[in-house]
Design a binder for this molecule. Structure first.
Ligand code: UD1
Ligand code: UDP
Length: 363
């Protein structure tokens, strides 16, 4: 039996091809939702749009400090894993849900597969970097999306036999949903913008939005981009950012702010944007795959492939650097190729998990 653990928006989206493959093959599996994300537009909306089965378990842990949240998730997961006794647990990415899931499972001697293993920003001030490093080192199978990620794992002494180059499941998710998005999404008409005549922005990184100065710079940069480059900036806002904007009593001028949108609308916004500005990991990958230039509102990235192919540029949170990077990126033609695989990562991962011997034979 396979236990799929997820808890946040990007995990639901990037695990969806893995879940679909389990369904297609009629495998014995369950979905364990930690409830790290719980607002309709961060959670349920994706199950509905992507037509995913209901999670078999939901821990409803909600929001808390890092230690508290991680601890609550571990305690809840441990009980379920003891009852269900899966052979393999799959986690995806770098959230507290991933760290807690991998820790709880590995201590029960349950095999852990880490989807999207080997990403490194080499910045240990990011909570996600801690989660990635720990998870990779306690996982039994590491599904690396790119050769760079595979190499990082080898450099850290992880045994080659544990690592498998699969591509990133986000390519599968895009391919499975792009046509549906084109026919169903009316988001451009609803907002009143034309293709290639707007910029798309997202920002939610703890180190950016929890800092008054950095968030102020980012918002000022969006305002300036609107004034100087004459296209509107569309900003579907993560709840963390909404909370901090209210807390800091900030207002946004010249920016179209809206609640987070569903994946189908977001794919339309991304693929039709003139430029994407983001501090999201997934959005850097998606804009690269969709052939839309990206400016990353961070000093580093664990997605160096996007920069290498010419699709992305690091601007940090300095207002002038964001502006100059935006000018440079809108002048680039999207001739790069997608470094994240052919859209069969979900199938590869499930074929590998399914072919493994029963747990007791392995440990
Ligand atoms: C988490 C992940 C981050 C990932 C992001 C995806 C960690 C450490 N961080 O960050 O790596 O990029 O998810 O979006 O795991 N909130 C709501 N409704 C929700 C969820 C959150 O209102 O459904 C608000 C709460 O005020 C909460 C805040 O957002 O305190 C932050 O949520 P949390 O899950 O702690 O971290 P994210 O910033 O979402
Ligand atoms: N996304 C979405 N609606 C939005 C913003 C983002 O569906 O309003 C999707 C986006 O397509 C990507 C994922 O959410 O697949 C990225 O999640 P997020 O930026 O929250 O997390 P990260 O990738 O940084 O961990």
């Amino acid at each position: 039996m396979i236990g799929i653990i997820l808890g946040t928006r990007p995990e639901i989206i990037k695990m969806s091809p893995v879940i679909r493959e389990c369904e297609r093959k009629g495998l014995d599996y369950f979905i364990l939702h930690t409830g790290q994300h719980y607002s309709y537009e961060m959670d349920r909306n994706f199950f509905e749009e992507l037509e995913l089965p209901e999670p078999h378990f939901n821990l409803d842990v909600g929001s808390a400090s890092h230690a508290d949240q991680t601890c609550r998730i571990m305690t809840g997961i441990e009980k379920i894993l003891i009852d269900e006794q899966p052979d393999t647990v799959l986690v995806q990415g770098d959230t507290n849900t991933v760290l807690a899931g991998a820790l709880a499972a590995s201590k029960l001697n349950i095999r852990v597969g880490h989807v999207e293993a080997g990403l490194r920003s080499f910045d240990r001030t990011m909570p996600e970097e801690i989660n990635r490093v720990v998870t990779d080192h306690i996982s039994d199978y590491l599904f690396a999306p790119t050769e760079t990620a595979r190499q990082y794992l080898l450099n850290e002494g992880i045994e080659e036999r544990k690592i498998c180059l699969t591509g990133n499941t986000i390519v599968d998710a895009i391919l499975q949903n792009q046509k549906i998005s084109q026919t169903r999404s009316k988001v451009l008409d609803d907002i009143g913008v034309k293709p290639k005549e707007f910029f798309l922005a997202t920002s939610h990184r703890q180190e950016n939005v929890d800092s008054y100065e950095k968030l102020r710079n980012i918002i000022n940069a969006f305002e300036n981009i609107h004034n100087e480059l004459s296209f509107p900036v569309i900003f579907p806002m993560h709840p963390r950012t909404q909370k901090m904007i209210q807390q800091f009593k900030m207002s946004l001028e010249g920016t179209i702010v809206m609640p987070p949108v569903g994946f189908l609308d977001f794919l339309q916004l991304e693929s039709k944007a003139r430029l994407v500005l983001t501090d999201s990991g997934g959005v850097q990958e998606e804009s690269c795959i969709l052939g839309v230039p990206c400016v990353t509102l961070r000093e580093n990235t664990e997605r160096p492939e996007t920069i290498r192919v010419g699709a992305n540029m690091l601007a940090g949170t300095d207002r002038d650097k964001i502006l100059s990077s935006s000018r440079e990126m809108i002048s680039r033609t999207a001739t790069w190729s997608n470094p994240y695989g052919d859209g069969r990562a979900g199938k590869t991962i499930i074929t590998l998990c399914n072919g493994l011997p029963p747990r007791n034979a392995n440990h």
